[in-house]
Design a protein around this ligand. Structure first.
Ligand code: ZN
Ligand code: ZN
Length: 556
């Protein structure tokens, strides 16, 4: 073992001790030891054991630890700390701008255990509430995590989008005589993108010359395929095809495995030539046209959509929005004006409830104050309307965060789980089903608590949740934040079948968070959602009726 490897172990030991809040005097001494060990001119593995203690800065305790490392290859105190540190917390050590002391606060006080969660916490302004974290630190941490995550291979759809569209535009400008189209995961509007794919008739050698000018290097190639990677970036894949089979290839590369298997069983597929569009390909195999975002389960051929699916322009109101009263960045007035500018008919303000202390959740007296403020704003903004709501924590036992007296003052309540996320399925289900059966729960917020690429979310039985929402007249949120997209589109179809309304909500903490609605819509399209099944597509009048009828039915 080399000195620098030994030094690394002491350095890590020191950092982990700080993260775990152990004796800071000792942790400092191991950090100094690490520094000293690197400076020793002889390799410690080659000197006599006794001599180790004679080097400058190596005392009794450090010397013994060095001998332990040399004899066993490990440092037991370090091993013990490693076992007790979640892998996501270890990863935080790789992020510039957060040292062990800050990581300790993030883990122990904010209860954040992974980089994805930390990124989301930055998005919710949660870091600002803790000692040692200012707006600047939060911004730096956010940027450093984004940079780090970009180098890991998998991306959120929203993260891949800019690269995909800008390269696509350039390709079309540089090679106007050839045909190229985006395909694969991106064309299917999947929430996670591992590589951005194109089908193209451009010779691969020309593609190579061009893509390399953008800073990508070729990673793999064969006669009809080429994959590129940028130094810290996403993979690009180009699939070469002949002009006459361009659209066949486009359909094939934008289908799930199961869907493609079904297509290939259609005898006529192999004979399709010179199709001029994707529609032509489906026509030739005598099947209804299925757009790429629905090319998942071949069952779709038995019930192709008969009504137009939801579009971003179908959203009429911003539901689920945080203001500066809790952890949002803008005043209610600014949010309302942004809604008006975006041609929205209403805004549902749903700040955090009192148990979400980390998010400056509202105590009952502040709710009264906020509601008065909203009343006054509504007088001046009519016919636009702001609805009084709350994102009410579902407590550990499944009850809501306020008494019925307080809950009855809201126009509607979004109930969400934000704490004690580590639950097994029976616990999670007990908690959620109790919250759904509460007459005040209007919308069930982000049902599993997942954060894509970082937190799986607690396990739930989606069918049982949907059935309970149907029985209790509760709307299910499709949280449109690109890191959530929760409920997952794969379950929404069943909700539609059961007559449960979905609500595509931005969960905005900033005005530009409204833009996330589009990601929710792209996901909802995959589930075959129409605007009639989506609460946030209701007009103001329809929304008001929905709320008042529901209140009457529930007797609240
Ligand atoms: Zn929430
Ligand atoms: Zn929220």
């Amino acid at each position: 073992m080399l000195n620098n490897e030994i030094a690394d172990k002491f350095s890590l030991l020191s950092k982990l001790m700080d993260i775990h809040g152990e004796n800071s005097f000792k942790s400092k001494s191991y950090s100094i030891a690490s520094f000293n060990i690197e400076k020793i001119p002889d390799q410690l593995s080659e000197v006599e054991r006794e001599k180790i203690f004679s080097y400058k800065g190596i005392g009794e305790s450090v010397g013994k630890k060095i001998i332990e490392i040399l004899e066993t290859g490990i440092l037991s105190q370090l091993q013990d700390l490693l076992i007790r540190t979640p892998s996501g917390v270890m990863e935080m050590l790789l992020i510039k701008g957060i040292g062990p002391k800050k990581i300790s606060t993030i883990w122990k006080e904010m209860e954040v255990e992974s980089l994805g969660e930390l990124l989301y916490a930055c998005n919710e302004n949660r870091l600002l509430l803790y000692k040692g974290f200012g707006e600047k630190t939060q911004k730096n941490v956010q940027e450093a995590i984004e940079f780090y995550m970009r180098s890991r291979g998998s991306y959120l759809y929203a993260e891949a989008e800019n690269t995909a569209l800008s390269i696509d535009k350039k390709i079309k400008e540089v090679f106007p005589l050839y045909r190229s189209e985006l395909t694969g995961e991106f064309k299917r509007q999947l929430e996670i993108i591992d590589k951005i794919e194109w089908v193209t008739t451009i010779p691969l050698i020309s593609i190579k010359d061009f893509i390399e000018t953008l800073g990508y290097t070729a990673e793999a190639e064969d006669s009809n395929k080429m994959i590129f990677k940028s130094p810290g970036g996403i993979r690009l894949q180009f699939r070469l095809t002949e002009q006459k089979s361009f659209f066949n290839t486009l359909v094939e590369t934008s289908s799930s495995k199961g869907f493609l298997f079904f297509l290939k069983q259609q005898e006529t597929l192999s004979t399709v030539e010179n199709a001029m569009s994707e529609e032509d390909v489906f026509l030739a195999i005598k099947q209804p046209f299925i757009p790429a975002f629905l090319r998942e389960d071949p069952e779709i051929f038995n019930k192709p959509p008969t009504q137009p699916l939801i579009q971003p322009g179908d959203i009429k109101g911003i539901i689920h929005c945080h203001s500066s009263w809790s952890d949002g960045n803008s005043s209610i007035e600014e949010l309302a004006n942004a809604c008006l500018a975006a041609k929205m008919e209403y805004l549902v303000i749903s700040d955090h409830s009192k148990s979400a202390f980390y998010a400056n959740g509202l105590q009952p007296d502040r709710i009264r104050e906020q509601q008065k403020y909203i009343d006054a704003l509504n007088d001046s903004l009519a016919p636009f309307r702001i609805f009084k709501s709350i994102e009410c924590d579902i407590l550990y036992d499944g009850s809501l965060d306020y008494s019925d007296d307080v809950l009855s003052t809201f126009d509607l309540v979004i109930a969400s789980v934000h704490s004690n996320l580590k639950m097994d399925e029976p616990k999670a289900m007990g908690r959620l089903l109790k919250a759904i059966s509460n007459p005040f729960t209007t919308i069930l917020g982000h049902v599993t608590g997942r954060l894509l690429l970082s937190r799986k979310g607690y396990p739930v039985d989606h069918k049982a949740i949907i059935e309970s929402c149907a029985a209790n007249n509760v709307v299910i949120e499709l949280n449109a934040h690109p890191r959530r997209l929760d409920m997952d589109w794969r379950h929404i179809n069943y909700a539609i079948k059961k007559g449960v309304l979905i609500s595509i909500d931005p969960d905005a903490h900033y005005i530009h968070g409204f833009d996330d609605i589009r990601y929710g819509v792209l996901s909802a399209q995959k589930a075959g959602l129409t605007k009639e099944n989506n609460l946030s597509s209701f007009s103001l009048k329809e929304f008001e009726d929905f709320i008042s009828i529901r209140k009457k039915i529930k007797g609240i």
